[in-house]
Design a protein around this ligand. Structure first.
Ligand SMILES: Nc1ncnc2c1ncn2[C@@H]1O[C@H](COP(=O)(O)OP(=O)(O)O)[C@@H](O)[C@H]1O
Ligand SMILES: [Mg+2]
Length: 424
């Protein structure tokens, strides 16, 4: 099998790392990739919104499977593009078409879908600019804090949680009337605030059957104790101690099954990953959001814990036979800690020299790195994810920290409290 992975983050490196171990994989490409993927696969200089060039590359290199790492190509219709071109039709793009990708691309679409299928989620209403008076009234029916979400894709910045009504009114105006998030906030979803603890469940589906991958919990804020600005993700753990069998059974029965049935009812022909962002409120799971791809940094703990051959899973999906196999999870704990550029998620410098030694038991997944001559330099905010296993969570996280300490570049920062909240 020849495989092309689209993206350049830790998630894509983790996919490549996993596929590199498979005997079913012949040639492996990552576009555009990073210094880490370049060691185990061939990096290709392709732009992720240039579907024509991606298609042409796939034909020239006889690619069998394309794995889009992030949501953008999916929401922009890469699956529809491949299906509409006779020459590309036979290539399996592992992701949903543009319509189905609306589960992530439009918060309002996802809410309607959940409502239709009686899937537990926060109460909500959606408003456009002309309905701002109704939106003010709706805010007054809710209790603080207030959750305002830009309907469209906003690079993980479109959700604002406001402690007071005054702030909520202000942010609402900025979103609806002043295009705070561009077109993404021309409609705003206002939600009831749910107080609980978050985790994520990952589903793989071939359109007929589904399989559940190891669950994870990520750490989004830049500062310790979950303070400061939101980031792409500073660390993750899998398994999640409070997600026991009872909780997982609830998630499957109340959320995963109705989601699969809902997709069928709408004839959405969904293949690919479904990342379900959940919150446990008094031991009951509610959906915060759907994503139509894997998470980053969650993939950096999920792929290591997946014992199955990932290429075999993809092959089974392509033949709509995912039900032929049981998912096997490594029972050990896996953690990851992201080392990031000083200043991130605000302004930061790039091009810093990175030195990286082997640390026993640590998997380094590259994100914002690139080759510069013979050296490797930083090229993004999140630089390297340090993943490690342990019999206990403590053992795993201590190893991840050994990894994070050993990574050297000017301005390096990482959170020192990943997994701490789960260890008492
Ligand atoms: N209804 C809600 N109640 C409490 N917190 C919420 C709610 N909706 C979102 N959040 C918080 O905001 C974060 C971002 O929201 P989410 O819907 O996942 O948007 P995105 O990931 O697209 O920015 C969530 O991870 C969660 O911490
Ligand atoms: Mg989210």
């Amino acid at each position: 099998m020849n495989i092309l992975i689209l993206g350049s983050g830790g998630r894509e490196h983790a996919f490549a790392w996993k596929l590199h171990q498979s005997e079913l994989v012949n040639r492996l490409y990552v576009a555009p990739g990073n210094a880490g993927t370049g060691k185990i696969a061939q990096n290709v200089d392709l732009s992720l919104d240039d579907f024509d060039s991606i298609g042409e590359f796939c034909l020239n290199e006889q690619i069998d499977v394309v794995i889009p790492g992030s949501e953008d190509p999916l929401v922009n219709g890469i699956v529809d593009f491949f299906q509409s071109e006779a020459a590309l039709e036979h290539i399996y793009v592992f992701g949903p078409n543009a319509e189905s990708a609306q589960l992530e691309g439009s918060k309002d679409f996802a809410k309607i879908f959940m409502e239709e299928n009686h899937i537990p989620t926060a109460g909500y209403k959606t408003f456009n600019g002309e309905q701002i008076e109704d939106a003010y009234s709706f805010l007054r029916e809710l209790n603080a804090p207030y959750v305002l979400k830009a309907d469209g894709l906003a690079a993980g910045k479109g959700v604002v949680i406001c402690p007071t009504l005054e702030e909520a009114d202000q942010v609402l105006r900025e979103m609806l009337l002043d295009s705070k998030f561009g077109r993404a906030s021309s409609r705003v979803v206002i939600e009831e605030f749910l107080d609980g603890i978050e985790f994520s469940v990952f589903v793989m589906t071939d359109g007929e059957h589904y399989a559940i991958l190891p669950e994870a919990k990520d750490y989004k804020r830049i500062g310790e104790g979950d303070t400061g600005l939101n980031t792409g993700g500073m660390g993750a753990v899998s398994p999640v101690p409070f997600v026991d069998k009872t909780m997982m059974d609830k998630v499957v029965r109340r959320i995963v099954e109705p989601t699969m049935i809902g997709l069928k009812k709408r004839e959405m022909e969904y293949v690919g990953f479904i990342f379900i962002g959940l919150i446990s409120v008094n031991d009951d799971p509610y959906v915060i959001e759907y994503n139509v791809r894997m998470g980053d940094p969650e993939t950096e703990v999920v792929m290591p814990r997946l014992k199955n051959d990932f290429a075999q899973l993809l092959d089974l999906c392509a033949n709509k036979r995912l039900n032929d196999i049981e998912i096997e999870q490594d029972p050990r704990n896996c953690t990851t800690v992201f080392t990031v550029s000083g200043g991130y998620p605000e302004a930061y410098e790039k091009g810093k020299n990175i030195t990286l030694d082997d640390v026993e038991g640590v998997l380094f997944f590259h994100a914002g790195t690139k080759k510069d001559g013979d050296s490797v330099v930083t090229s993004g905010g999140r630089v390297l994810a340090c993943s490690a296993f342990g019999q206990t969570l403590e053992e795993a996280i201590n190893r991840s920290y050994e990894g994070a300490e050993s990574v050297k570049f000017e301005g390096k920062y990482f959170r020192k409290d990943i997994a701490k909240d789960l260890m008492n």
